[in-house]
Design a protein. Structure first.
Length: 260
């Protein structure tokens, strides 16, 4: 092994190292991947935890990027990758006993890799909000009616999942900001999470529900997060754009890579 030579050496067999290495092998490079631990997968490794008889992992438990092109490029579903889509995406209970539930409103066609919105569930989510605040339900209904929320979400995902645009290129979010018909409010780029949700929604309940969703993405109330991060969490998640679980472990998209 000491005198082995490779075109590329990848240090670390975590989720990203495995993906990068597999793309390079696919493009004809010889790749040596070195992992210090006995188990591949890094933060997403499947281990026997928290007690014997169960499988868990050290870090990632929710697969937010389940529609990643990686799945299709390597046909990971044919190698055992399968997701569990919980019917409820998120919920919040308030001190007076009322609650908001955001039902999961998108599905995944694993053959095409496309995300498929479920209009009846979107409608159900708007009705949920209507119980709390008719005016916030109106905001949601308008966003859903002309498909803006999905257009924003798709642009956000393109920015978040791809390498940054080159200096002379306009990324999809910049294009939306420049388009007066996109419905994007330019001021939102400069707001903290709290200012953003207060600008979007009128009720404290929906604001709190939205802030909790941003919190689970690592964005705290005073943070001014990049617009793609805001848009991919709120209003996307209030509409039930889902985080999912990987069958057989908590998150293991990298598991099928082991045999490649
Ligand atoms: C607490 C926590 C919760 C998270 N929850 C989620 C979640 O719910 N959903 C989600 O999608 N993501 C989540 N993440 C993020 C996710 O775990 C990471 O994005 C992902 O693991 C990053 O993959 P990586 O390959 O870059 O690095 P890692 O997964 O950290 O892998 C790095 C690998 O490199 C190895 N290594 C390091 N140094 C060397 C060396 N010198 N020689 C050889 N090997 C080396 C390590 O042993 C490790 O296996 C969470 C992260 C944390 C910390």
């Amino acid at each position: 092994m000491a005198d082995a030579s490779f075109d590329v050496v990848v240090i670390g067999g975590g989720h990203q190292g495995l993906i990068a290495a597999n793309y390079m092998v696919r493009n004809g490079y010889t790749v040596g991947l070195f992992e210090q631990r006995r188990e591949l997968g890094g933060g997403g490794a499947t281990e026997s935890r928290p007690i014997s008889g169960f499988l868990g992992n050290p870090c990632a438990h929710v697969a937010g990027l389940w529609a990643s092109p990686v799945n299709q490029d390597f046909k990971l579903h044919e190698r055992g990758l399968n997701y569990i889509f919980p019917p409820v995406h998120a919920s919040m209970v308030f001190p007076d006993g009322r609650c908001i539930v955001s039902y999961r409103s998108i599905d995944w066609d694993k053959e095409t890799g496309m995300v498929v919105p479920q209009p009846d569930i979107i409608e159900k989510n708007i009705k949920e909000v209507e119980r709390i605040s008719p005016s916030d339900a109106d905001v949601m209904a308008k966003l859903a009616a002309d498909g803006k929320v999905w257009e924003w979400g798709f642009a956000a995902m393109q920015v978040l999942w791809n390498p940054p645009a080159l200096p002379d290129e306009i990324d999809p979010i910049e294009a939306l900001i420049a388009d007066p018909n996109s419905g994007i409010d330019r001021r939102h780029q400069f707001m903290s999470a709290t200012e953003y949700v207060c600008d979007l929604f009128e009720s404290d309940e929906l604001r709190a529900h939205s802030l909790r969703m941003l919190g689970s993405a690592g964005i705290y109330p005073d943070d001014a997060a990049p617009l793609p991060v805001m848009l991919s969490n709120v209003p996307q998640q209030v509409f039930g754009s889902a985080a999912v679980y990987t069958k057989g472990a908590l998150i293991m998209p990298s598991m099928p890579f082991r045999g490649l």
